[in-house]
Write a protein that binds this ligand. Structure first.
Ligand code: SAM
Length: 223
């Protein structure tokens, strides 16, 4: 249960020295200017983060994962990569948490520039839709922690869930769909279906995927 993992009471209490010792050798040596910018929600085994780490070597990124064993696996994976590639993978880490409850405990308003929801659990039954990681209510929280211009990336192999995520995002006043031209130009988009363990499974089975990529916009958009 939640009592088994610590949750910071506010983003300033989130101890980055444990996660990124290369950037934060000790709490007093940090000037607070370097912040986590990417969050992979329900990161699973961490494949996306590992790919993003070298693609964006200057950005700090974190996976949020509910399962204890899976989180430990990702931690070990990152530590092993740091050891075998000195100087690399220092910008990536993982935390065990319930992202549906605690996002604002980890990130300040407007802190994130990218959020990822890749192959989230579908929760098919109507009464379980409130457990979905994309919902109108949770989008309010994601809009809060995302900077204006920041991007939310979602992908699923479950058509109904894809439609649900798209309709939640379409219905939210602080998100707008990213244009097809921009999607083609964005190197991150290719990784959505290829970099994660779940995405690779779907590709192996020639499964269809449904993507929704939206930008955080300001509340007063000039027309
Ligand atoms: N994104 C990964 C991928 O594409 O390979 C994993 C997809 S897996 C189907 C969904 C993951 O979300 C699982 O690892 C699960 O433990 C995690 N998860 C589910 N609910 C969560 C929550 N409330 N907070 C954090 N992680 C959660």
């Amino acid at each position: 249960s939640d009592s088994h993992f610590p949750v910071p009471i506010s983003p300033s209490q989130f101890d980055l020295t444990l996660h990124y010792p290369h950037y934060f050798p000790s709490p007093d040596k940090s000037d607070g200017s370097k912040k986590i910018e990417f969050a992979d929600i329900g990161c699973g085994f961490g494949g996306l983060l590992i790919s993003l780490s070298t693609l964006f070597p200057d950005k700090l990124m974190i996976g949020m994962e509910l399962r204890d064993k899976v989180t430990e696996y990702v931690k070990e994976r990152v530590l092993a990569l740091r050891t075998s590639n000195p100087g690399q993978y220092e910008n990536v880490s993982v935390v065990r948490t319930n992202s549906m409850k605690y996002i604002p405990n980890y990130f300040e308003k407007g802190q994130l520039t990218k959020m990822f929801f890749l192959f989230p659990d579908p929760h098919f039954k109507e009464k379980n839709h409130r457990r979905r990681v994309i919902s109108p209510h949770l989008l309010d929280e994601y809009a809060y922690v995302l900077r204006v211009g920041g991007i939310i990336y979602t992908i699923t192999d479950v058509e109904e869930l894809g439609e649900w995520m798209t309709s939640c995002l379409d219905g939210h006043p602080l998100f707008e769909a990213v244009s097809e031209d921009e999607l083609v130009a964005d190197p991150v988009v290719k990784l959505l279906s290829t970099a994660t363990e779940e995405g690779q499974k779907v590709e192996r089975n020639d499964g269809q995927t449904f993507r929704a990529v939206y930008r955080r916009i300001g509340s007063c958009v000039p027309h």
